[in-house]
Write a protein of this length. Sequence first.
Length: 160
Amino acid sequence: MSIKGSPHPTQSDGFNLRPVVSKTIIKAWVPLLILLPFLDLSKVEALIIFTAIYWLMVLIYATYKWLHVYIITNDSVEVKVPIRGGIKLRYWEIEDVYVSQGPLARLFKCGSVILVTTSRSHSQVLIMGGGYGVRLWDVKDPWGVQRFIINRLREEGLID
């Protein structure tokens, strides 16, 4: 199975993924362009300071997002998160796999893969309807990642 974004796409025992941050940078332009007409352009220093602080916050957020590492192997899905540590999900803890992909994500060929979990202890996100899950944020080829995980669940006899 070959997944784009994997440093070793032919490796059968798994692969590592990181979120796509270029989409995040493009999305950061939207609020800035919306706010710009409402700013007092006569105060150049204030505008420069505001813009510098804004892009610094975007840079911090994009770096935090990029530092996430998703390790998908034949045994588990591991999410390594900066500051908070990580989560390791065995396939028997995964109930379902969804892909969330908006228009901008489709343009950047990325999307989020949501793993619905059997226990709250591993959850990062609350899913509508009361479920819990783990989100693999803006990964390249989310449909391929979903397919790989579902195939592993089938091989383990965990789903039909």
